[in-house]
Design a protein around this ligand. Structure first.
Ligand code: FAD
Length: 404
């Protein structure tokens, strides 16, 4: 049996190794467009490669995927994050799990992951060919012929083809797959930070708030987690998560929208009102700017007080109902205008790709045409940061390599 893997990234290598282990007599060839395989693995996680996430349950794991989570559920029962961790450890890559469950090689260097794949590919006799960009797949008596970019030369026939070409920010990047009858979900960015050129809050750049809830106006889209104020707007896990879950919606709004920030996480209006009323009674002699009831930084608290129009030397005892109401509103439902986005420095993932409707999500085989399989980011699957995107590449690559 001849197996062609198109794309020498994370999913391509995992699919190749999985196929070769299952079918030891098969000839497995990886065709890579560029001169370098595993280039994204190299830069992943800031060069340290956050290769998976140690979320304890599959039900927790799938929550990290705004697109594809439900389809991945069954696949994770076959090859989960725990299986991936065992796989790497067994193949000479000791791991460390951070407090936030992100998993990295103990060497803190993505090169050890690359070395592991190259070693395994050589041991199993996987043929890796670079500068081989595939431009078309042509059916040929139940098999496939590959056409290559630049020189439209087709060589051997392949019994099975696994497409692992990764994400593309341009829809045209999927044209050759569209021609085979596959529907494509329009690719758009996910994982970005919010630009707020008109918001004075950027004065507070560098301030981190541990637990906020951010919601998009007139929608049910929200996310919780730490928030970082930057010189251009807002970033941090809560914003990145929201950008991922709201990717399609925000794209439709042309990245011009309003958000509401609850600086106190999940605390509601009633709770916060009660706390502030108690303070106004108990600490009536203290200045509002000096006595901070919540664990917000001094700079942020002063900014929020100013935002309410409360004068600097007002004492808690002098605050009226109007001041307290305004303060509660600003603490729990603070409105900001977003105008544009910026790509997050460490990670860029495409939302969209080959529609899961046309893929059998038990086997990764195309429902449109037989003997064609998909794995990795070429599919309409993507996740928030934390090792989940690479985990999707391992899992779908592993299953696609079974060639069921
Ligand atoms: C800067 C950055 C940091 C990241 N950090 C992390 C992280 O720490 N943890 C995490 O989980 N995720 C991370 N991600 C996301 C993660 O890297 C990707 O989700 C993952 O690499 C996808 O793997 P893939 O094999 O599907 O695609 P890719 O890694 O993109 O590989 C696809 C390969 O196919 C090749 N190719 C494309 N078209 C063709 C063609 N026509 N013919 C032949 N070859 C072709 C490409 O050249 C490429 O080598 C990061 C992404 C970026 C950009």
């Amino acid at each position: 049996m001849r197996i062609a893997i198109i794309g020498g990234g994370a999913a391509g290598f995992f699919a190749a190794l999985s196929a070769r282990e299952r079918y030891p007599d098969a000839r497995v060839t990886i065709f890579e467009k560029s001169g370098k395989v595993l280039a994204k693995v190299k830069i992943s996680g800031g060069g340290r490669c956050n290769l998976t996430n140690a979320a304890p349950e599959i039900s927790d794991l799938i929550k990290a995927y705004p697109r594809g989570g439900n389809s991945l559920k069954k696949l994770f029962h076959e090859f989960s994050n725990m299986d991936a961790m065992k796989w790497f450890e067994a193949h000479g890559v000791p791991l460390v799990v951070q407090d936030d469950d992100c998993v990295f090689p103990a060497a803190q260097d993505s090169q050890v992951v690359i070395n592991c794949f190259l070693r395994e590919a050589q041991r199993l006799g996987v043929d890796v060919r670079t500068f081989c960009g595939v431009s078309a797949l042509v059916p040929s008596n139940g098999k496939w012929k590959l056409m290559f970019q630049g020189h439209d030369r087709n060589i051997e026939d392949y019994d099975k083809v696994i497409v692992t070409t990764g994400g593309s920010s341009r829809e045209e990047g999927f044209d050759w797959l569209k021609k085979l009858g596959h529907r494509i979900e329009v690719p758009i960015p996910s994982l970005f930070t919010f630009n707020m050129p008109d918001e004075p809050v950027t004065r507070l750049m560098g301030v981190v708030v541990d637990d906020v809830k951010v919601s998009v106006e007139s929608s049910r889209l929200n996310a919780e987690g730490p928030l970082l104020i930057t010189h251009w707007g807002m970033s941090g896990p809560a914003i990145l998560k929201l950008s991922s879950f709201a990717a399609r919606h925000l794209h439709q709004l042309n990245y011009e929208f309003n958000i509401y920030v609850n600086w106190l996480g999940n605390s509601d209006h009633g709770e916060v009102t009660k706390t502030l009323e108690e303070i106004a009674l108990k600490h009536s002699k203290k200045l509002m700017t000096n006595f901070r009831p919540f664990s917000l930084t001094e700079r942020l608290w002063a900014f929020l007080i100013e935002r309410c129009g409360i004068i600097v030397n007002k004492k808690w005892g002098e605050s009226g109902k109007k001041d307290l109401n305004k303060l509660v509103e600003v603490l729990t439902h603070d409105k900001y205008t977003v105008r544009g986005k910026s790509t997050f420095r460490d990670e860029f993932v495409t939302c969209g790709g080959v529609s899961l409707k046309d893929v059998d999500m038990k086997t990764m085989q195309s429902k449109v045409t037989p003997n064609l399989y998909f794995a990795g980011e070429v599919l309409d699957i993507d996740a928030i940061t934390g090792g989940f995107n690479l985990q999707a590449a391992w899992t779908t690559g592993y299953i696609a390599g079974h060639l069921r």
